[in-house]
Design a protein around this ligand. Structure first.
Ligand SMILES: O=C(O)CCC(=O)C(=O)O
Length: 210
């Protein structure tokens, strides 16, 4: 496990947390058992399909909105319920929700954002599991950090801190710990020559007190 730290950023990275055969078996199971959806956002009256397939699995009552989309809650599948237990043992956190992203090839991607929606517990980490094709995960300081009322920026933090790249490979687990989402953004850029598929699973804690 490698720890990556910068002002306002705390990451823990387990390369090959799942070995190649366990990761390949899980990828095939998830491709088959998850009810993948093609969501779209509407901007200025035009419908734009998201450049990836998605699914939101969660406990009852753990709804989530992002990019103006209200996700339908799907029940945990056998494979994702097992992963949630393993992550609870590793981190001590009971994740109550999971966003699955399916990048069909290198044209599918995710733009710059932070996972700081009001539904999410800001004290909880986000656990991100990658399966399939290796992709670059980019991180940069937020251009306009949304700091908690009265909180000063962490020592040494500046919006001009250098962006960096963290390649995420098959079976890698990444834990994004607080206060990362307050001060940093992440993205998964397009890689137009890539033809292989990648799945990413982000386990989250939606606040019970909303
Ligand atoms: O696919 C990834 O590694 C990133 C996913 C992501 O940014 C998200 O689910 O918020």
């Amino acid at each position: 496990m490698a720890e990556l730290e910068a002002p306002g950023l705390r990451l823990r990275h387990w390369p090959a947390w799942l070995g190649p055969s366990a990761a390949a078996e899980l990828l095939a199971r998830l491709q088959a058992e998850v009810p993948w959806k093609q969501e779209a956002i509407t901007l200025y009256g035009r419908r734009h399909p998201l450049p990836r397939l998605t699914c939101w699995m969660a406990d009852a009552g753990c709804g989530y909105r992002y990019s103006g989309l209200s996700n339908v809650i799907e029940p945990w599948s056998p494979a994702t319920a097992g992963l949630r237990l393993a992550l609870e043992q590793l981190t001590g956190w009971r994740f109550n929700s999971l966003l699955l992203n399916r990048y069909r090839d290198g044209r599918d991607a995710m733009g710059w954002h932070a996972d700081d929606e009001p539904e999410l517990d800001p004290a909880a980490p986000i656990a991100s599991l990658s399966l399939g094709a290796a992709r670059d995960f980019r991180l940069r300081p937020r251009p306009r950090p949304r700091r908690p009322p009265g909180a000063p920026p962490p020592a040494g933090y500046s919006p001009s801190c250098a962006p960096f790249n963290l390649p995420l490979d098959n079976g890698d687990l990444l834990l994004m710990e607080p206060p990362t989402q307050l001060w940093w953004q992440h993205a998964l850029p397009r890689r137009l020559r890539l033809q292989q598929e990648r799945l990413n699973l982000t386990f989250r804690v939606v606040r019970a007190d909303r």
